[in-house]
Each structure stands twice: as C-alpha cells, then as structure tokens.
Design a protein around this ligand. Structure first.
Ligand code: ASP
Length: 298
C-alpha cells in the first residue's frame, strides 16, 4: 500500500495578513515532510500524524499549541482530537491551558481506553499522571496574539470579528498497512467565551478516521462545522463511492448551503487518494504520497 500524509494550517482569516500565509506554508511543508519520513521508514499513520501535528503546534504562526488565540479573558484554551481508523478508537481533550502539545495528550487519552474525552482540569490531571510535559501558559501566547487581544478586547464580539476564525492545524495519513489516522489541534476562535469548545475535538466534526472509508480533518467556523458533523459526512460520502476530493467538495458545499458555514477539509481515503477543499480565502496545506515530492498550496 502506498503511504500518504496531508496536513493543513487552518481555513482562517488569511487575507488579513498575507505575510502570515507565507510564514505558515513552509511549516505545513515541514510537517508533511516529517510525517512522510515516518511513513516511508515503515512507521505507523498514528506516529506520522502525531509527528506532523506536533510540528504545527510548535510553530507560533498557527493557532494550536504555541500561537493559540486567547479567549475573551486573554487566556489560551486548547482542544484536540486523535482517531484511529483501524478500530475507531479515539481520544479528545478540550479547554486545556498548560499543555504545549495537546495532540500527544489526545493520543494518550485514546490509548488509555477507559474514556474518550477529557476536559479542563481533569484532562490536565490525567496529563500529569501520563507524564505529558506541562508548559507555562504564557509561553503559548505570542506577542502578536497578545497585541491583537489588547487592541480588540472589549470592542470586538466574536461573531463580528472577521479574524475570529482560527488557524487550527490537522493531519491525516495512511500507512503501508492501510491504517488511516486523523488528528486535529486548535486554540479555537479568537475572543471565544471561556469554556467554549468548537468542532475540533468533537468526533465526526473536527475529524474522523475509519479504515473502511477515509481519514478527515476539518477547520473553519466550528459552530457551523459541528452542525453538519462534517468529517463523518466526508467518510460517509466516500463510503457511497465518491472520491476523497469529490466528498470534500460536496461536504463544503453542504456546509455553505445548509448552515451558511465557512471552512476547509483535508482527507485521505482507504485507497490513498487525497482530498483538499475550502470555501475560505485560503487554507495552507501540504501532502506527500509515498516518497514523492511534497505538494503544497493554499
Ligand atoms: N474550527 C476551529 C474552532 O472553531 C477553528 C479553526 O478551524 O480555525 O475552534
């Protein structure tokens, strides 16, 4: 089976600051390359997705891990999801504040098996027991995001701010054994209310993976994406016989028509075919099929 990995850096408000897009694209390429190296060396789709998403989380230009957007109180609250298409195991965490790589915590929740989804203090207590490293919340907040918060706080409401959609990150992969995995990680939307959780950690919305159909990661306006359970919908459309690309296109069209939503999707199906779609002005992405050269775009 030919391996493949696709990563995205969020269907966010990229038109606001074009220089940010040119900073984000190389990070996507680096993440796809690192995931590709894992797969080409015979590694699992799980390790490839975690490796890629950690790189995206570590880069301050993207809204996940370091670089997460602060909420209305000026605090970072992060959400993440990891799903294994072989057995449909999943792990999700929400509203964590002191974890530099939420995707790794989501993976540990998945591997723990007793629960699928942990939030807030409980998720951080689990992280301490699982040996996941903690960070200072101040390290997650970049000067750029702090300045935006200070300039906008009190005058901006989340729905009216064109920059409110985040630049969530995600990766999907298929390994040589045909296993599909999806991972999504986010700091959520700018100025969100404390405690707000978007689509990203919700199974079927922010991501889904099933070896019978596809692995999908979503990004965009979480309140809309979750209404149409968009990632599971892409998998179902692939199950109905659509290609990964046609399924992503159809799901984005539905998002717009049914709930007036904006967002983006990446997918890889069980045959290793790739889909990328968005109805926002940009979504940096990169993918690698087998050991072929990286393809990137926005
Ligand atoms: N979907 C994310 C959320 O609503 C934001 C994003 O994708 O950028 O939290």
């Amino acid at each position: 089976m030919k391996t493949a990995i696709v990563v995205h850096g969020g269907a966010g408000a990229w038109s606001e600051k074009p220089d940010r897009l040119s900073r984000a694209l190389p990070v996507c390429i680096e993440a796809a390359k690192a995931g590709q190296a894992v797969l080409v060396a015979g590694g699992s789709a799980m390790d490839a997705v975690e490796t890629a998403v950690r790189i995206l989380e570590d880069h301050p230009v993207l809204d996940a891990g370091r670089g997460s957007y602060p909420n209305a109180d000026g605090l970072v609250e992060m959400d993440a999801l990891m799903m294994n298409g072989r057995n449909l195991d999943l792990g999700a965490i929400a509203a964590v504040q002191r974890i530099q790589n939420p995707i790794s915590l989501a993976r540990r929740v998945m591997e723990y098996h007793d629960h699928n989804f942990l939030v807030g203090n409980g998720a951080e207590a689990f992280a301490a027991k699982a040996g996941i490293p903690f960070c200072d919340p101040a390290d997650l907040l970049t000067d750029e995001n702090l300045a935006h918060y200070q300039a906008a706080n009190g005058t901006t409401n989340p729905a009216a701010d064109s920059g409110s959609i985040g630049d969530t990150v995600g990766a999907v992969a298929i390994d040589a054994d045909g296993n599909l995995v999806a991972g999504t990680s986010t700091g959520g939307t700018r100025h969100k209310l404390p405690g707000r959780v978007g689509d990203s950690p919700l199974v079927g919305s922010g991501g889904y993976a099933d070896n019978w159909t596809a692995a999908v990661s979503a990004t965009g306006h979480g309140e809309a994406l979750m209404k149409v359970v968009i990632s599971k919908r892409v998998c179902d459309l692939v199950g109905d016989g659509l290609s990964a690309q046609a399924a992503c296109d159809a799901a984005i069209q539905l998002l717009a028509e049914r709930v007036d939503g904006t967002g983006g999707l990446i997918a890889v199906d069980a045959r290793g075919q790739i889909g990328v779609a968005r109805n926002t002005n940009a979504m940096p992405f990169a993918y690698a099929i087998g050991d072929e050269a990286i393809v990137s775009g926005h």
